[in-house]
Design a binder for this molecule. Structure first.
Ligand SMILES: Nc1ncnc2c1ncn2[C@@H]1O[C@H](COP(=O)(O)OP(=O)(O)OP(=O)(O)O)[C@@H](O)[C@H]1O
Ligand SMILES: C[C@H](N)[C@H](N)CCCCCC(=O)O
Ligand SMILES: [Mg+2]
Length: 208
């Protein structure tokens, strides 16, 4: 069971979702491209939530908090799809992208091309409130155009039932749940937060 966690944007909740999914699935975690290391990386965050031995080394650790193509340019590093091989692990694996789907890795390749290269189904982190319909439906359309599978959407933010309804209607993808981040979340919050998510569509993908 291998999943790529992507989002409609940066700072949308991919890392928090990855924390929850890795715990729920007893998975390893891999961040192929980390852009920005000052103030802590996503892998360091995950190491607080799961056994650090299950946090695999990033393929690229770029110093600047920018789009990977720009951060790579600053660091004088060449990022390219051929450099990414899915890690071999004997557990499920959660892979977290950088930013959203159309974020460039270099002059020719985008994060969505990395998903296709790794050949993984996607879980999409999205905001719950005003603006999410456009961002989320565009993301789903981009995935469909490349014949990539989206197993579900996880919403971050306050309750907005009409948005949830419209995302399911137009996106034709289940909303797995919603997480309202109203304070600093700690690993002890994992179980109650996971209770808000329906991981059935994920498990059904591998065990129909
Ligand atoms: N433990 C936490 N408790 C509460 N809020 C958090 C926590 N960790 C991150 N946040 C906040 O939640 C939001 C989503 O953060 P998150 O790191 O999950 O984004 P992301 O989609 O992974 O971004 P990136 O593209 O940088 O990987 C941000 O506003 C962040 O500041
Ligand atoms: C720096 C940030 N936290 C991520 N690592 C990279 C986000 C790239 C977003 C690019 C963009 O959509 O304009
Ligand atoms: Mg992140």
């Amino acid at each position: 069971m291998k999943i790529f966690v992507t989002g409609t944007d940066t700072d949308v909740g991919k890392t928090l979702l990855s924390c929850l999914l890795t715990r729920a699935l007893n998975a390893a975690y891999w961040k192929p491209v980390q852009a920005g290391i000052e103030g802590g990386t996503d892998s360091e965050t995950l190491s607080g939530w799961i056994d650090p031995d299950r946090v695999l080394p990033e393929r690229f650790r770029l110093t600047q908090p920018m789009s990977p193509n720009q951060a790579a340019e600053r660091d004088g590093v060449a990022v390219c799809l051929d450099e990414f091989q899915i890690p071999v692990v004997d557990t499920p694996l959660v892979v977290e992208g950088a930013g959203g789907l159309m974020v460039p890795l270099n002059d020719r390749e985008l994060v969505i091309d990395l998903i296709a290269h790794l050949d993984l189904p996607v879980v999409l982190a999205a905001r719950s409130g005003l603006g999410t319909l456009n961002h989320t439906l565009l993301s789903l359309e981009a995935l469909r155009a490349r014949e990539l599978v989206c197993l579900g959407i996880v919403l971050f933010g306050p309750s907005h039932p009409e948005n949830e309804r419209d995302l399911v209607h137009w996106g034709k993808v289940p909303v797995l749940g919603r997480i309202d981040v109203d304070r600093r979340l700690v690993p002890e919050d994992a179980e109650p937060l996971l209770a808000k998510l329906d991981l059935g569509p994920l498990r059904a993908f591998w065990q129909p």
